[in-house]
Design a protein around this ligand. Structure first.
Ligand code: C5P
Length: 408
């Protein structure tokens, strides 16, 4: 929990759709991240979920009526958005998209959207049947909303409550939470393409056994998320992990170092940044068995032969020398003399930036302390959770890309 929405005031609008049930979970996720949530529901939304549920989860009175005479000045449509950090309409029905696209103001939620100050971003999460979504009328409204600067989250494709399958499902609450948090992050890598490796590799011994390491993938996944938040187009090549893919990140799964190498080399063309975070096996087993190896009667142990794997980072860095791209960032986990070894490793790998993990105990942990090595020396990023460090690293990379383009 990074409390990324601490002190943020969010107006959560619900319009009519069965996805209202997901808004309850979303509301909880927002408050858990520290947001203060003010729920406003259309009349249609109250047919799908009660205002009492949203009141209990937000801890605030819920507004459902434009004509509420208990509000002294009857100016809820103004008061609710003054001081708000964002309005998120989730679910946003096809009809509510129509209203927003046309500037309608015939209920409290549409009126407050229209009356919001320009600085308050309007974010919507469409939710509707696939045919409704694909209908040219909805697509026209969508284009209008985009042109008006409204951020559109989703929709996702999949099975729908009506039984049909296709685009139109509201994003899951945690994906919406990630989108909202991302909306508040500076777009330091807008227009940039970033390729990242993460996790361990798995080198097979036989069809059911192999050699791997303790990398959890958490740091690489956090960096992928931070790069996406910063506006980059992100590709993640991942060894086996149990982690969910950060929202909006393209992910290719691999097992062995060889597969990781091939996936990276296939994707590296046109990338602006390559960040090698994966703990890649240095060796692969060359005499792996096609069948499961059996225990021997005489107790003899198998004899494994190894061959060195290609250094993926070095291969990518070699392509950089031709075109100047991508900007390469490596990681190093040393158990001793990190300051000395880190500087040497950066030179040896031929990369502009190397991130040193202090100790190898970082594997699987949620926190980390790192040292950045570049041509000017080294800087410590003090202990923090991996997402915070990932955001700092992205900002350091963006700064260096900026300097490079100024030098050209
Ligand atoms: O040399 P060492 O393994 O310590 O270097 C670590 C860095 O090199 C990490 O960025 C890691 O992702 C990358 N690496 C690689 N391919 C290998 C070995 C390491 O890309 N075969």
């Amino acid at each position: 929990m990074t409390m990324d929405l601490k002190d943020k005031k969010i107006v959560l609008g619900l319009s009519g759709g069965v996805a209202c049930y997901k808004a309850a979970e979303l509301c909880r996720a927002l408050t858990r991240e520290g947001a203060s949530v003010q729920v406003v529901m259309t009349e249609a939304a109250t047919h799908f979920i009660t205002a009492v549920t949203m009141q209990a989860l937000s801890g605030n009175p819920v507004h459902t009526d434009q004509w509420d005479t208990r509000i002294a000045n009857n100016m809820a449509h103004i008061d609710l958005t003054r001081g708000a950090d964002a309005i998120l309409v989730a679910p946003c029905s096809a009809d509510f998209m129509r209203k927003l696209a046309h500037g309608a103001c015939d209920d409290l939620l549409s009126t407050l959207c229209l009356a919001r100050p320009r600085a308050v971003p309007l974010l919507v999460a469409p939710a509707m049947n696939v045919e409704m979504w694909q209908n040219p009328a909805t697509q026209r409204n969508l284009a209008q909303l985009r042109a008006d600067g409204v951020a559109i989250f989703g929709p996702a494709a999949g099975e729908q409550a009506c039984g049909e399958v296709g685009l139109g499902r509201m994003l899951e609450p945690l994906d919406l939470l990630e989108e909202l948090i991302a909306a508040f992050q500076p777009k330091l890598l807008a227009g940039r393409r970033v390729l990242i490796t993460a996790g361990p590799t798995f080198e097979a011994i036989d069809p059911v056994r192999g050699i791997t390491n303790l990398s959890s993938g958490k740091m690489g996944y956090a960096i992928a998320r931070a790069a996406r938040e910063a506006g980059a187009d992100v590709t993640l090549v991942s060894g086996p992990t149990a982690l969910p893919t950060p929202h909006g990140v393209r992910r290719t799964d691999v097992q062995s170092a060889q597969q990781m190498h091939d996936a990276v080399m296939a994707a590296v063309g046109g990338q602006h940044v390559f960040i090698g975070v994966a703990a890649v096996a240095d060796w692969r087993v060359v005499n792996a068995s096609d069948q499961k190896m059996k225990k021997q009667e005489d107790g003899a142990a198998p004899v494994l032969q190894f061959e060195q794997n290609a250094d993926i980072l070095a291969c990518v860095a070699a392509t950089t020398s031709l075109s100047g791209w991508p900007y390469c960032v490596g990681f190093a986990a040393e158990t001793e003399n990190l300051v000395e070894y880190g500087a040497i490793k950066r030179e040896k790998k031929g990369i502009p930036l190397l991130v040193g993990n202090i100790g190898h105990h970082t594997f699987g942990q949620d926190d980390n302390t790192v040292i950045l090595f570049d041509e000017t020396g080294h800087t410590v990023l003090p202990r923090a959770d991996k997402l915070t460090l990932a955001r700092q690293l992205i900002s350091e990379i963006a700064k260096r890309l900026e300097q490079r383009s100024l030098l050209k």
